[in-house]
Design a protein around this ligand. Structure first.
Ligand code: NAD
Length: 478
């Protein structure tokens, strides 16, 4: 089987979502796959595995680089499609999602050429001890809707670079760019069966993939609730799992921070991509001596973060993913108000100035709330929208305790000019990623992933290499 991209007209779903209110031009149909198609895709991947895994890393890297070239050559088409499907601005898709998708292939094409394995120098009975790594087999890959092509390629690239074949499922909410990439795979020379993309919902296509006995490893990015189901479903097969999940990420801002830089970055970290990034800041703790000044300046800066038509380059944010999601995000603002929270800007405070044709789109302005207790659901649960809460602290210990006081542990930012304080706080924070005096600066060599309910395992350069390969210890007695 070739790249699994046939249009199955007997079962199709609307996948190009109407997030922005343009009813007349935002529809596309893709297949809804279930167990039968997933089974066929797994069979194709199994058949392709012996040849693909036997190729040299250099041969595989060449194909990955070609794919990166092709994505870059079609960057504008991909950016337009990603924006229309997801609701994000074209600018964001053009400068973040699509370049990074191409770079994922380029990075792992290079990375796979530079790993070394171990050789033990211990002289046990004159033996030579060393390790080798081999691809695992058919990898099951499942990705979410917030960064559609970016996160799908973050999984496909290391999986195939290391010699696995894959069956991948993008989110049913945002499948269009995955569909577009199928065609490029053939042009890039990806052999038939190496990358199989199945489309459809979690309970159908996703569940069939996770429960398939011939898929020994699953890399999943999505919500903690779905990860719990995937863990249960795969347990009888003892599958290798990598789980990249939700977050409730704190920013800890000390009085000696560079406030200009901090405010500009914290607006971005709170609201980029409509706040629909797992790494977005949603709890901002500020040292009490600068709390009032910070809040005033932060709200003023947030008011300048513009929400509107995704194709307008002057807008920072576009539309949220769906009506249901918009309602969920709004319900958290209502909950905050009912608990005595103060909404400084955004939802309920400002009216968006939208053109008539976009008036039914799922837009929501960047919203800042204060006065919420740390135990509130607003401070504990992942909202995943353009909402952030600000709260004061008095001591370093208190800031760390507040930062750690949720079930998640994905990312945090720390703002201070005192390197000793930064080091102490970063070390004590329960988060897989800590950015100090910056946000979302990514070196793909570094481990990416979360603690606690934010995930299991890490991905990135060496970590992806380890996840997508099995290690074997060999001892030679001579
Ligand atoms: P989701 O869990 O609802 O869906 C993610 C994917 O899982 C989709 O492809 C979906 O179809 C599939 N799925 C759903 N049910 C399934 C099942 N029973 N079996 C197999 N697959 C199933 O998540 P979402 O709403 O698409 O994405 C938002 C979530 O993703 C947020 O919680 C966000 O924090 C998280 N996320 C995490 C990271 C990270 O790297 N840690 C990155 C991006 C998003």
């Amino acid at each position: 089987m070739a790249v699994f991209s046939r249009h199955d007209s007997s079962a199709h779903t609307l996948v190009l979502h109407n997030t922005v209110g343009h009813f007349h031009r935002c529809h596309a149909y893709l297949p809804v796959h279930d167990f039968l198609q997933v089974d066929a895709a797994v069979a194709a991947a199994k058949e392709a595995f012996p040849d693909w895994s036997a190729r040299s890393p250099q041969q595989r890297a060449q194909i990955l680089n070609k794919l990166a070239d092709l994505i870059e050559a079609h960057l504008e088409e991909f950016a337009q499609a990603e924006s229309r499907d997801q609701g994000k601005t074209v600018t964001f898709a053009r400068t973040v999602d699509i370049p990074r998708s191409a770079y994922n292939f380029r990075f792992f094409a290079s990375s796979v050429l530079h790993h070394t394995t171990d050789c033990s120098q211990m002289d046990h009975m004159g033996c030579l001890n060393y390790t080798i790594r081999s691809p695992v087999g058919v990898a099951g890959l499942i990705s979410p809707w917030n960064l559609p092509l970016y996160l799908l390629t973050w999984k496909i690239a290391p999986a195939i670079a290391t010699g696995n074949t894959v069956v991948a499922k993008p989110s049913e909410m945002t499948s269009v760019t995955a569909w577009m990439m199928c065609k490029l795979m053939q042009q890039a020379g990806v052999p038939p069966g190496v990358v199989n993309i199945v489309f459809g919902t979690g309970p159908r296509a996703g569940d069939a993939l996770v429960g398939h006995p011939d898929i020994p490893l699953v890399s999943f990015t999505g919500s903690t609730a779905t990860a719990q189901r995937i863990t249960e479903r795969s347990a009888p097969y003892c599958k290798k799992l990598s789980l990249e999940l939700g977050g409730k990420n704190p920013a800890i801002i000390f009085a000696d921070a560079d406030l200009d830089q901090c405010i500009e970055t914290t607006v971005r970290s709170s609201f980029s991509n409509q706040g629909e990034i797992c790494l977005c800041t949603s709890r901002i703790y500020v040292e009490r001596s600068i709390y009032s000044e910070f809040l005033e300046r932060f709200v003023a800066a947030t008011r300048k973060w513009k929400t509107g038509v995704p194709s307008d380059p002057s807008n920072n944010n576009g539309a949220l993913i769906s009506k249901e999601h918009l309602e969920k995000v709004r319900s958290f603002v209502a909950l905050a108000k009912s608990e005595g929270g103060l909404v400084h800007c955004g939802e309920g405070v400002e009216q968006l100035d939208l053109p008539e044709q976009n008036s039914s789109g799922y837009f929501m302005p960047a919203t800042v709330i204060s006065g919420i207790s740390d135990s509130s659901r607003v401070m504990q649960e992942e909202i995943f929208g353009p909402v952030t809460c600000v709260s004061p602290f008095d001591t370093e210990d208190e800031a760390v305790a507040k930062g750690n006081g949720v079930r998640y542990g994905l990312a945090a930012t720390v703002w201070s000019r005192d390197v000793g304080k930064i080091h102490r706080v970063a070390k004590r924070l329960q988060a897989g990623l800590v950015w100090t005096n910056c946000w979302l600066v990514r070196d793909l060599n570094l481990p990416f992933g979360g603690m606690k309910n934010s995930g299991v395992g890490r991905e990135g350069g060496k970590d992806s290499y380890h996840f997508f390969t099995e290690v074997k210890s060999i001892t030679i007695k001579h």
